[in-house]
Design a protein around this ligand. Structure first.
Ligand code: S3P
Length: 159
């Protein structure tokens, strides 16, 4: 399993689709699996049940997806926050799409779909998550100012 991790706006879905195409594997976005299972959107889940309820669903979905058929998998930006999830991911090829805070902010500007973007401590969240992503990743690829195709090729070279 190739698992893409990284902050919101890193390009996980775009790069993931390119990789899956190149490798002839299915692409799975765990955010979409959560929404499919719940039959409601992530902002609805956050608004109705709160972040921790979303994290519970996310943890279950990540564990199920990585235990399933071989695929390229993109995780939500906060999915590596729990040790239980990190433990599950250690058996797989984890790729960190490393995006600077400035670039992530620029790429997600005006986005009202991601509840976490409203957090006042977003820069701190980016910094602390980055440490976790780097610790977990088998490969880390810089994404700032680069096209998705170039990033995908670097991943293919490195995995
Ligand atoms: C989140 C990132 C989102 C989604 C949810 C929470 C986060 O995924 O899982 O809105 O905590 O960073 P993307 O990283 O794909 O935007």
């Amino acid at each position: 399993m190739i698992v893409l991790v990284g902050f919101m706006g890193a390009g996980k879905s775009t790069v993931g689709r390119l990789l899956a195409d190149r490798l002839g594997l299915p692409f799975v976005d765990t955010d979409l699996v959560v929404e499919d299972r719940e039959r409601r959107s992530i902002p609805e889940i956050f608004a109705t049940d709160g972040e921790q309820a979303f994290r519970d669903l996310e943890q279950e979905v990540v564990a199920d997806v990585v235990a399933g058929p071989e695929a390229v998998v993109s995780l939500g930006g906060g999915a590596c926050g729990r040790e239980a999830t990190r433990a599950v991911l250690r058996a797989h090829t984890v790729v960190h799409l490393d995006v600077s805070f400035e670039q992530a902010k620029a790429r997600t500007a005006g986005d009202t779909y991601r509840p976490m973007l409203q957090r006042p401590d977003l820069a701190q969240l980016h910094a602390s998550r980055r440490v976790v992503f780097e610790e977990l990743a088998d490969l880390s690829v810089r994404t700032d100012g680069r096209r998705a195709e170039a990033i995908a090729l670097e991943v293919l070279d490195g995995v």
